[in-house]
Design a binder for this molecule. Structure first.
Ligand code: SF4
Ligand SMILES: [Zn+2]
Ligand SMILES: [Zn+2]
Length: 311
């Protein structure tokens, strides 16, 4: 049985189970771009004179975000777009992504910089993970990677002189992160999650998530329909993460209960506002060692590296 697009009657490509929409390729692409615009408007992610940097890994999500935002940027001449790629130093993995990221930026004429862990911390992620294992650390490689990359992105944004950092976190990432924060009992992160970072002290980039309400499979489909090139090889450390387990549980739930991911997201939004998890009470200060945002005396990155004897 062939389905027809509800907007134009052409052969359908996609059926959005949680909303009932049936769309052809062109209207699917259009609807995804509309949803991104709606997210930007709803959460006031950008203004018309923003200098924006995209955290570009060279993977599917951030490459797609770059394409969509550069399309939008063309309509706002006072907005400027640039990209930052972090080279964590993961052998056999990151090089390919760096090439893809550089190529797509030069095709779209987007200024691009690369910031490496080795340059900033004096060690690659591989070396940091090796050191952590030799010291018997139970932290997953992704925990080191996430914390150190966050700091590296702040530094990259400062080098580019931007105060808005757009990341390609999508609905799936967001839901997984919320649940992981619950499993870790991390109230601070739970309070600070959402489509726009609540506090930047005026000196650190404000993080925004234009894909906050976009399910990952839709980004994948959009990227394929446009024929975008991106890195598809998985990170060798990915299999070790708690996120992988959470992803598979949430996907199973979504399959049997379409719309479940949105329900989880919206429920956490309500809990956050009802319980008035006062973000203002969780204000950041500057790390005493490096000056980056921190809740304690030292930021997480400095704490981690100090514990490993790396800095
Ligand atoms: S999977 Fe983990 S280690 Fe690999 S790039 Fe992502 S966060 Fe870093
Ligand atoms: Zn159509
Ligand atoms: Zn620090």
């Amino acid at each position: 049985m062939t389905f027809q697009c509800q907007r134009c009657g052409a052969k359908a490509l996609f059926r959005r189970l949680y909303s009932g929409e049936i769309l052809c390729e062109r209207h699917f692409q259009q609807s995804l771009e509309e949803r991104v615009k709606t997210t930007i408007r709803r959460y006031k992610l950008f203004n018309r004179t923003d200098k924006i940097a995209i955290a570009l890994s060279g993977g599917k999500d951030s490459t797609t975000l770059l394409h969509i935002l550069s399309k939008l940027e063309a309509k706002f001449p006072q907005v400027s777009l640039s990209a930052i790629t972090i080279d964590e130093g993961i052998s056999g993995y990151r090089k390919e992504a760096l090439k893809i990221a550089s190529k797509v930026c030069s095709e779209l004429r987007v200024p691009h910089i690369i910031v490496s862990f080795e340059e900033l911390y004096g060690a690659t992620l591989d070396q940091i993970v090796g050191k952590a294992r030799s010291l018997g650390s139970r932290l997953e490689p992704c925990s080191y990677c996430g914390v150190l990359r966050r700091k590296a992105l702040n530094i990259g944004a400062r080098r580019l002189g931007v105060l808005k950092l757009a990341t390609a976190h999508n609905l799936d990432d967001e839901v997984q992160t919320l649940l992981i924060n619950v499993f870790h009992g991390d109230i601070f992160r739970l309070a600070r999650s959402g489509p726009i970072s609540p506090n930047s002290l005026g000196r650190f980039p404000i993080r925004v998530k234009p894909f906050y309400e976009i399910p990952e499979p839709e980004i994948t489909l959009y990227a394929y329909t446009l024929g975008l090139k991106f890195q598809s090889k998985p990170c060798p450390y990915a299999r070790l993460s708690l996120r992988t387990e959470v992803r598979s549980i949430v996907n199973r739930l979504e399959f049997s209960h379409p719309g479940m991911k949105f329900t989880i997201l919206k429920t956490f939004e309500k809990i956050r506002s009802w319980s008035n998890m006062a973000v203002k009470d969780l204000e950041l200060r500057e790390c005493e060692s490096c000056g980056e945002p921190s809740i304690g005396r030292l930021c997480k990155a400095c704490e981690m590296l100090l514990r490993l004897g790396i800095s």
